[in-house]
Design a protein around this ligand. Structure first.
Ligand code: KIV
Length: 274
């Protein structure tokens, strides 16, 4: 049976940690799903690690839908969360409801994620009222990168910490089923997690969140433009891939590939009159 938002809540209630990873394509979604990860996020990090943009800002609804559909085809057990791209929910609540609906109806995911706290509480409430589960996202919100001035830890002063706590409480009140805390000091993430009934999912927010999320290309060592400080690399797939590609090129050049086993042979006599 697929994960549901109630089962995710039960994990927090039982004190069990929640796992979330991003995925952007069918094959990766299959692997993540088979590994038993609770939530798969089709994040708008897609823009940077798959599409090569220099931020998440250019990602469009069509791009998100294209990748959400692929992930949904590969995910049988995990709850798939589709990220709402920049300007698909900020201009009006009506836009937000319509676009959240598109991600579920045309993409096939089971929940959406959007960035922002108090300012997005009403939008969250209205989307939830349409029957669409919403995951919040506060702290470093990459769609506001030009306003924030860089990938910096948020909530480092008492005022900023108070605002983040208010953001989290507002989202919970609005009906969000979970909240991503990105680049938040460990102690503040612990405090927010303790004050909320719903789960927090941390990225660069320390060990006290109810769950953790990483960008899969980062944790597999596949994205090499930069390695975020909060990432743990569980594999070095970029070098494994480079080695494999070099070996393939060498084999093609020397004739070692393809060999007999990679082709189909017929009796030479069949071609003798041609
Ligand atoms: O887009 C994304 O991958 C995200 C995670 C970093 C939480 O929002």
């Amino acid at each position: 049976m697929r994960q549901t938002i109630s089962k995710i809540q039960e994990l927090k209630n039982a004190g069990e940690k929640i796992t979330m990873l991003t995925a952007y394509d069918y094959s990766t979604a299959r692997l993540v799903d088979d590994a038993g990860v609770h939530l798969i996020l089709v994040g708008d990090s897609l823009g940077m690690v798959v599409l090569g943009y220099d931020s998440t800002v250019p990602v469009s609804m069509d791009e998100m839908l294209h990748h959400i559909r692929a992930v949904v085809r590969g995910a049988r057990m995990a709850l798939v969360v589709g990220d709402m791209p920049f300007m698909s929910y900020q201009a009006s609540v009506e836009d937000a409801m319509r676009n959240a609906g598109r991600l579920l109806q045309q993409g096939g995911c089971q929940a959406v994620k959007l960035e922002g706290g108090v300012v997005m509480a009403e939008t969250t409430r209205r989307i939830v009222n349409c029957g669409i589960p919403v995951m919040g996202h506060i702290g470093l919100t990459p769609q506001s990168i030009h306003q924030l001035g860089g990938h910096r830890v948020q909530g480092k002063t008492t005022d900023a910490a108070k605002r983040l706590l208010e953001d989290a409480l507002a989202l919970e009140q609005a009906g969000a089923f979970a909240i991503v805390l990105e680049l938040v000091p460990v102690q503040l993430a612990k405090l927010i997690t303790g004050k909320l009934r719903i789960p927090t999912i941390g990225i660069g927010a320390g060990p006290f969140c109810d769950g953790q999320v990483l960008v899969i290309n980062d944790m597999l060592g596949l994205f090499t433009d930069f390695v975020p400080k909060h990432t743990k690399q569980y594999a070095k797939l970029a070098s494994a891939m480079k080695n494999a590609i070099s070996e393939y090129c060498a084999d093609v050049k020397t004739g070692a590939f393809p060999s007999a086993e990679h082709g189909v042979s017929i009796d030479n006599s069949l071609l003798q009159d041609l």
